[in-house]
Design a protein around this ligand. Sequence first.
Ligand SMILES: Cc1cc2nc3c(=O)[nH]c(=O)nc-3n(C[C@H](O)[C@H](O)[C@H](O)COP(=O)(O)OP(=O)(O)OC[C@H]3O[C@@H](n4cnc5c(N)ncnc54)[C@H](O)[C@@H]3O)c2cc1C
Length: 473
Amino acid sequence: MHTIEAEYLVVGAGAMGMAFIDTLITETDARVVLVDRYHQPGGHWTTAYPFVRLHQPSAFYGVNSVKLGSDTVDQIGWNEGLYELATAGEVCAYYDHVMRRQFLPTGRVSYFPMSEYRGLHDGKGRFTTLAGADYAVDVARRVVDATYMRVMVPSMRPPPYPLAAGVECIAPNDLPRLAARERYVIVGAGKTGIDTCLWLLGQGIAPDRLTWIMPRDSWLLDRATLQPGSLFADRIKAVFAAQVRAITDAESVDDLFCRLEDAGALLRIDPAIRPTMYRCATVTGAELEQLRRIADVVRMGHVLRIDADKMVLDGGAVAIDHRAALYVDCTADGAEKRPATPIFDAGRITLQSVRGCQQVFSAALVAHVEATYPDDTVKNQLCVPLPHPDTDLDWLRITQAYYRNQLHWLDDPDLTAWLSATRLDIFGHLMGSLLASASAKPRVRDRIVSMAKSALSASATKLDQLMLDSVAV
Ligand SMILES: Cc1cc2nc3c(=O)[nH]c(=O)nc-3n(C[C@H](O)[C@H](O)[C@H](O)COP(=O)(O)OP(=O)(O)OC[C@H]3O[C@@H](n4cnc5c(N)ncnc54)[C@H](O)[C@@H]3O)c2cc1C
């Protein structure tokens, strides 16, 4: 048994573990041991399907201290006019670069890939390397769990429904290799299903060769409203103001969603169907137009099994001859809704989102709070975890909880300044540009912060009310 000492033991070198360590070692002198069962940093990105891209601009993804991408606005494709989206390959190369050029040269990060964490024994964090060497880490401050989100992509497990002999059902990872087919059945309508449909359409496959299994319709985010920088500042401000107005004026949850759609804050694929799902999936207007070209959308619940001549779902069966069809399983739960647990808890930190679906920003903020504030009560007040959304009502829950977190942050001028300078914070980009232009005039600056706070506070209260009313109905 080898014994090593460190202030922090981080389990998981995915996007959250990497963002946490980057801010921690920038702001403290801490030594960190990082353990991961994969061969390279980047977590699920290292096993993702080859045509996946970030859903949000690269400009605010990754670790805070190293830019991802070159802040280029796409000139072609369905993301035209918006900031670039890194491919899986770019994301993996980026994390490799961060590890080799940023973390390891500090001499304060010891990285153990291909190693399995085995928990705490006798107060020490234990792990075993591929070569079979056992380590015990004497942790002076905290064990950081950067695995709590349990991200799952289809290649990590077989399809969760039985398949008859001869039925070919693949993960999207294998699609480019096995793509030549007469008919494609895309099972699942989350972001992976959307990516798969768009990839096939992008290859020129006619939409009538696609069957899309959509157990639930989803509210979608418009990527044009999630852009960084001064180019988009006016638009982001306008959408934020329209969202606040929609919340203020809403008379019910249904009415709220209609208003959010009118305000351009949320989109849906079929205007005739009221979505019941919300999982932060993000598309552009051009992508939405493409998705609407698919006419054969099966809304009969989840797939129960696939027979040679039909697919059996919760709501009935659909005849499909397996000899012509390639099934693409897109059902893995990429963002499982896990119970929220306190982020700071004695010798432990459990990384979770503190802003809806902004995991890397959240991990960096948690590291900053850990480095800056003295006690766990204050730290937990600043970092209330937000479970991943799943249903439409979760849009209200996470928006309300995030507004409350943001209010705490704006109450603290030092934290507000940190956020305004933080690359990973899209709201900070906006506040940063507003506050910078007002920096010479403290009264103007205070007025901007105070206006933001009253809008967030009134909206959070109204969202509470709408949720209470919806339970009472
Ligand atoms: C297809 C897809 C696209 C996405 N796009 C975006 C986006 O554009 N923007 C965004 O903000 N979010 C996006 N997300 C959300 C994404 O999940 C997060 O951004 C982030 O990558 C989550 O990282 P993580 O570190 O929490 O988890 P993971 O990537 O799962 O990392 C966890 C790590 O822990 C390791 N591990 C687990 N258990 C152990 C153990 N016992 N011992 C050792 N190691 C262990 C694993 O090997 C893994 O490397 C996307 C998700 C998916 C699935």
